[in-house]
Design a protein around this ligand. Sequence first.
Ligand SMILES: Nc1ncnc2c1ncn2[C@@H]1O[C@H](COP(=O)(O)OP(=O)(O)OP(=O)(O)O)[C@@H](O)[C@H]1O
Length: 785
Amino acid sequence: MDGKINTCGCTCIRKADNGDCEEEKCGFEYSSLSQASSCPIPKPPQWAPLLQIPYAEFRSAKTDSNTFPDLPDASCRSEGTCPVTVLFTGNNATLGKAWTKNMFPETLSIGKDDIWDDGRSAISLSRVPRSLNLASNAYLQYMKPGAQMPFEFTKEMPKGETKISIDLSSILGTLFFTWVTLQLFPVILTALVYEKQQQLRIMMKMHGLGDGPYWLISYLYFLTISVIYMLCFVIFGSAVGLKYFTLNDYGIQFLFFFIYVNLQIAMAFLVAAIFSDTKTAAVIGYIMVFGSGLLGNFLFQLFVQNPSFPRIWVMVLELYPGFALYRGLYEFGQYATKASLLGMEGMKWADLSESRNGMLEVLIIMFFEWWVLLFVAYYIDQIVSSGGAKGPLFFLQKSRANPPSFKTAIISMKRNGSEVFVEIEKPDVREEMLGVYSDPSFFPQRKNVEKLVCEPSDSHSIICHNLRKIYPATDGNPEKLAVKGFNLALSPGECFGMLGPNGAGKTTFISMMIGLINSTSGTAIVQGLNMATDMDKIYTSMGVCAQYDLLWETLTGREHLLFYGRLKNLKGDALTQAVEESLKSVNLFHGGVADKQAGKYSGGMKRRLSVAISLIGDPKVVYMDEPSTGLDPASRNTLWNAVKQAKQGRAIVLTTHSMEEAEALCDRLGIFVDGNLECIGNPRELKARYGGLYVFQMTTTSDHEDEVEGMVKGLSRKATKIYQISGTIKFEIPKGDVRIADVFQAVENAKSRFPVYAWGLADTDLEDVFIKVARRAQGVDHVLS
Ligand SMILES: Nc1ncnc2c1ncn2[C@@H]1O[C@H](COP(=O)(O)OP(=O)(O)OP(=O)(O)O)[C@@H](O)[C@H]1O
C-alpha cells in the first residue's frame, strides 16, 4: 500500500507479500484520466435513491441528520464528524456547482478540475450538512470516502431549470414597500405638529397667512415631496430590475401611489389637528407605520387568501388607509410573482375588473376617503386652532347675519337714547378706587375712549374698549381675572409702553390683541376693523414680536424675513431691499449671520430677528412683548434705534420691565397692576404726577443722625424719612416745599457742625413711580379683597 496513483488513476490499498497490488481503489477519478488498455475496467458506482422529496417541498425541502439513515457510521450522522464527498449529475455541472455553493458557502470550493467530462462533479465537504435544499434537476449522490459501498440519496426534479431566479421584491415587497411608503406619514405629521407646537402657525397667521392659504400651501408642499419620493421609489426599483415594478403597469402604479399619498397627507392633517406635541405625534406616527405594516401583513395573509372570509370585512379593513395601502401593494406583489413565474406581464388595466383583484376597490375607497378625511381634518382644525372661539357648529354661526360692527352698535345705542357707558371695573370697585385716589385724571383713558366711542374716527390705530379676560378654572385652580376692563386709544406714530409687575396681565392683553386668545368681553378696533369679526384682515396690517422667539430652527434669518415679507405682499426688488434693510437695522446683516440657521443663533440674535420680523412689510400696528429681554447693552441700543425709526406712521404697543427702555422708546406709558391699568401718561407727566418729590440722602456718624433729621425737618415739615442705617439717612421732600439753593445752604451749615461724609439730592425717577403705583394698587387690591 504505497498510496501512489498509477497511470490508470488507481491507488493500491492492499499489497500482497510479494509486493503486487492486491486491491486497488480507482475512486471517481477513473473517467478523468486517459486509460491504458491494461487498466482495469472501472466499476460504476452503485447509486440507489435514498431520499424522495416531493415537488411541493421544492422551495423548502430539508433534510437533517435523520435523512441520512444509511450512513454506515453513526458518528457521521451528526454535523461535522466526518468528511464526505458529494456528487452532482445534472444538465451540466455548473448548475450543481452554483446550487451547491449556495447551500454550503462555508465548506464548498469547486475548481475547474472538479467538473467531469460527463457533466458530473465531485466536491469534498468537510462535514455532513445538516440540511439540504434541492433546487435543480441534479442527482445528488452523497458518499463517504473509503466506504465499500457508496451511500447516496437522489432527488430528481420534475422539470429542468437552467437558472434559479427568486424575485425577492415580489415576495417581500408588500410588507417592505408598505413601510417605505408609510415613512412619509410621520414626517408630514411631525412637521405639521411642530408648526403648531412652536406657535409658528399662529405667527404666520398673525402676519396675514389665512387658514385657507396655509392649508393650500402646506398641502401642495407635502404633495410635491410625496410625489417626488414615490417617483424615486418606483424609478429606483425599476432601475435595479425589481419585477414588482417592471412587470406591473406603470399607469396603475402612478394612480395608486398618487391617490395614496394624497390620502396620507389628509390623514396627517387630521392626526395633526389632534396633537400639539411633536414627540407624541412622532411616536404615534411610527407606531402607525409599523403597526399598519405588521397588522396588514397578518390580517391580509389570513383573510384575503382565505376565499371563505366575507369580502365585505376585507373592505371594512381597507377603510383604514394603512391597510388599503397594504392591500394595493399586495395585489401588485401577487401579479408580479405570477408574471415572473409564468413569464408574462403583471397587472394591466384590464386586470382591474378581475374579481379576485382587490386593486379597483382599494382605489375607489382611497379616493373617497381622501376627500372625506381632508374635510374632517379642516373642520377639526378650525375648532381646535380657534382656541375655543369656534364651537362644533361654527359653520352655522357664520351663515347667520354678521354681528353688528362696532360703529353700527354705537349708532344704534345713540338712536335709542341710551347713554354710552364704559365700565372699567365693577361699579363698587370703581367708586372705591375713585374715592381712594380722588384724582379724576386717574382715568383719562376711559374718557378718551368714551369720546372715541361716541365719535368714531379713523385717526386712531387701536381703540380698546373695556377689554376683559377671564381664564377659566383649570386643574383645581380658580378662574383668573387677568385683564379687568382695559381701555386704550392709540394714534399712528405713537409708542405705548406697558409697565407692570410680573403677572399683571400685559402678555394676556397682547395675546388678545394679536388673536392668540379670545377676550372674554369688550371690543377692540384696530385700523378701523373690529377684532371680533375682521381679525383676518387685521392680521395683514399687524406685526408681532412675541415674548418667546417663534422661529424655525432650520431656516436662516434671511429666509425668515423673506417668508414673512412675502406674506406681507412684498415681491421682487422691494422684498430683497426690505429684507436687507431689516437685517441691517437689527445688526444681523454683516459677517454672514443672515445666512446662518436660526437654531444656531444666540438668544440675543433670535430676539433681534423676532423684532425684525415684526417690522417687515410696513405693518401699521406692531406689538412687542419684552423685545429687549436678554440683549447686551450694545444690541439693546441697536434695537432701540430700530424701534425708534419704525415708529414713524405706526402704532406700537410694547411691554417691558426696563424703565430705561420705556423712557427711551415710549411716548406714553401705562402701569398695569393685577389686570388694571393704574395710570397712563408720558414719562414726564407720570414722574410729575406720582413723583413730585426730591430724595435727600446724607451720610454722617451715628451720633449725629438726629441733627440731620432736624436739619431736613427745618427745610420741610412734610419731609418723610424713608431709610436710616448706620449714619445714612434718606428723606422724601415734596418739591413744592423746598428750593435747591436752600438745601445747599443747609448742608454747608451742617458741615460746620458735624462731619458729613456724603450727601445727595435726586429727582424721582420712573422706577420710583412704578414702585409707588404698584405698591399702592396692590395695597388697594389687598384692602378690596
Ligand atoms: N393660560 C392661563 N390660564 C390661567 N391663568 C393664566 C394663564 N395665562 C396667564 N394666566 C394668569 O394671568 C395673569 C396674567 O398673566 P400674564 O402672563 O398676562 O402677565 P404678565 O404681566 O405678562 O407677566 P410677565 O411680566 O411675567 O410676563 C397671571 O396671574 C397668570 O398666572
